[in-house]
Design a protein around this ligand. Structure first.
Ligand code: NI
Length: 169
């Protein structure tokens, strides 16, 4: 089922998600729906707060549904180390048609649980590293506009307010 993606400034996007404690059929269904929603929106990642569920869960698929090996489910994830720096354009499904450069670590190692509750560690570089950081930020209620420079953030917020006034947001 395709879920509704909430847009900024929906309050759930700015709240830290609750840890996931039950690894049950309901969680599995939410994960399947989140992948379906990501593909329908042509995104590479989606965090539970973006579908109005304030939980520490995110799905990532850099292949956008083309390669089942790329499907990643991160539950209660944490960044355990990071190095280097990237400054690339980033977007977010909760900010349609907005993209701006943000600073991210070039390489991160994360620790997370899979959909059965098993802990695993994984490294990510470049796009995957950015995706890990962007999605884990969502679980902390942190949005990519707050990673932009103050100038870019002001311009972006102004653009959003204009779209809101025009009924286009
Ligand atoms: Ni996002």
């Amino acid at each position: 089922m395709i879920l509704k993606i909430v847009k900024y400034p929906e309050p759930v996007l700015s709240q830290p998600g609750e840890p996931v404690t039950e690894f049950n059929a309901e969680l599995k269904r939410l994960i399947a729906d989140m992948f379906e929603t990501t593909y329908a929106s042509q995104g590479v990642g989606l965090a539970a707060p973006q579908v109005g569920v304030s939980k520490r869960l995110t799905v990532i698929d850099l292949s956008m549904g083309k390669d089942p090996k790329d499907k990643l489910v991160l539950i209660n994830p944490e960044i355990i180390s990071s190095e280097g720096k990237l400054y690339e354009e980033e977007g977010c499904l909760s900010f349609p048609d907005i993209s701006e450069k943000v600073v991210r670590a070039a390489k991160v190692s994360i620790r997370a649980q899979d959909e059965k509750g098993k802990w695993f560690e994984m490294d990510g570089e470049d796009l995957l590293s950015r995706c890990f950081q962007h999605e884990i930020d969502h679980l902390d209620g942190m949005l990519f506009i707050y990673r932009m420079s103050a100038l870019k953030r002001d311009l972006t917020l102004r653009k959003i307010r204009k779209l809101q006034r025009e009924g286009l947001w």
